[in-house]
Structure formats: C-alpha cells, structure tokens
Design a protein around this ligand. Sequence first.
Ligand SMILES: *[C@@H]1O[C@H](CO)[C@@H](O)[C@H](O)[C@H]1NC(C)=O
Ligand SMILES: *[C@@H]1O[C@H](CO)[C@@H](O)[C@H](O)[C@H]1NC(C)=O
Ligand SMILES: *[C@@H]1O[C@H](CO)[C@@H](O)[C@H](O)[C@H]1NC(C)=O
Length: 283
Amino acid sequence: MLVKLLASVILLATQAFTANVSASYHYELGLNSTAYQQQFDELLQHGYRLTYISAYSDEHNQTLFSGVWKKTSTSVPWTARHGLTGSQYDTLSTQLKGQNYHPVVLNAYNLPNGEPRFATIWEKASVGTWEQQRDMTEAQLKAKVSSLGQLRITILTRYVVGNQVRFAATWGKRTATDWHGDWFYSLGKTSFDTGSASDGYKAISMNAYSVNGDPIFDVVWQRVSSGGWDAPVMSYQTSGVDKDTYGRTYKGYVGTGFGPRVLTGYYLEGCGIQYAATFEKDS
Ligand SMILES: *[C@@H]1O[C@H](CO)[C@@H](O)[C@H](O)[C@H]1NC(C)=O
Ligand SMILES: *[C@@H]1O[C@H](CO)[C@@H](O)[C@H](O)[C@H]1NC(C)=O
Ligand SMILES: *[C@@H]1O[C@H](CO)[C@@H](O)[C@H](O)[C@H]1NC(C)=O
C-alpha cells in the first residue's frame, strides 16, 4: 500500500499553555448532509455554535462536511447555511447584510454533477467596511485584490463552474490586531508555505484539493506577530493528515489550551480523505 507522509506540524513558540479546553470544542469529520444537519441541530441544543464548515467530495463523489463547534456563552447572533446555490447565497447575503451581519466563513464546493454550492457562517457584529464577490476567475480575483488595496482578504475559496476554476472571497478591514496589517495569499502551492508561519503569519483561510495525486493549497496568511520562536501569539497548522491523526493532533492541542479554527478536507488518491487544519490559543 502506498503511504504518503505529508504531515507537517509547525510549532511557533515555546511558551507552554496548560489550560485544557477540550470541553469547549467539538469537531466532526466527513459527515453526509443528513448526518451533518443532525449533528448541527443536536450541538445547537447543547450550546455549541458552528465556527467552521467545509465540504468536499470523497472517492465515491459523495459530498461530505466537516465542522468545528465552540461552546459559547456570548450572545453574538450568528447563522449558518449549507447547500446554497449562488443565487440563494446572494439572496441570503442581501438579507443578512441588511441586518448588520457579515460572513465569517464561506466555503464553496461542487456537487457530483458539477454544480457549485456554498456553505457559510455569518455573525452580527460591527466590523466596518467589508466586501465579498463570488464567481471570480483568477485574473478577476487579482484585480479585485488590487482595487481593494485598503482591505485584506478574510476568506478565499475555490470551486469549479463548468470546468473553469472560480474563486469566492471576502475582504475586511486591516485591524489593530494585525501586525502592521500585513497579509498575503498564495494559490495552487503544493505545500504549505512553512516559512510564512515562522515569520509570524497564521493561516486564516485554507482551501485544499488534489491534482494528479498531489495535494494543492490556497492559503491566506495574516501576520499576527513579529515572528520568531519567541512570538507571543501562537497558532499551529497541520496539513495532509488522516482522520485518526487529526483526532490525535486535536486532542493534543485542546488539552494544552488551543482551539481548532480552520478545518478543511480533500480527497487524495492512495491516501483517502486528508485534512488541513489550524489551531489557535483559546480566547
Ligand atoms: C449518512 O450518514 C449516516 C451516518 O453515517 C448514515 O446512516 C446514512 O445512511 C447516510 N445517508 C446517506 C444518504 O448516505
Ligand atoms: C466522480 O466524478 C467524476 C467526474 O464527474 C467521474 O469521472 C467519476 O467517474 C466519478 N466517480 C464515481 C465513483 O462516481
Ligand atoms: C483534557 O480533558 C479531557 C476531558 O476531560 C481529557 O480526556 C484529556 O485527557 C485532557 N487532556 C490533557 C492533556 O490533560
């Protein structure tokens, strides 16, 4: 059996955190739409809110969902949907924007028949200026990034429309928590840009897929510290891990005070479903 070892774990700092936050988080990997909705409803009743969702296809072309939940006592209004067509997403956007919500997660995926769908999470909070656009070609994405020079990408997701690659993205203000507002994105890389992490960047949006048996990543990086091993802000990224390895990684991180943040799956021939994920110090 061909076993590819692609796992990489980046440790950004040496400072130890001991708080065990396992009771505050929950994750699910690879649920079909029905099972995902059941989990969503059940977790909602137990006080958990969805904080990340991604969808991908397995080797049988079945659409699967993975999610991260956080138990929260704060009353920030939020709402989540999946399985939306582009026009349903636009309708929802208009409605939610009118109620002062903004998108915090947007994940585009393709159904077995090739049709694009969107999964999304929105929050009601005042975040100032934000923008979004879907169905962009790579050239249109780049043009939009230039024209929105004062804003940074907050979410970037890739999908296909009629065999053509398309992107959907959201933009937000560069805030005081950003290190000089620094950020950048990379498309179609065959590995994580590990150098970026040690320079004080964290991955805030990830998209993973495979081409000819190789994993490919689109990543948005945001600078959160001056970098180096003594960086005060910590986050971890892991990519190319299977379900069991993700589970062990998850246990290790939440046991020492880190919550799951980004979690995205992709099918890799010879390896099955692989996951790329980030963990951040619980706040
Ligand atoms: C969805 O997943 C659940 C739990 O694994 C399973 O019982 C059910 O048969 C699946 N439904 C479909 C349509 O595949
Ligand atoms: C999955 O979809 C692809 C592209 O439409 C197709 O070539 C392939 O045969 C499908 N695989 C299965 C197991 O249905
Ligand atoms: C964290 O708490 C969970 C649940 O109580 C426990 O299973 C796990 O072993 C703990 N992890 C550490 C590192 O203490």
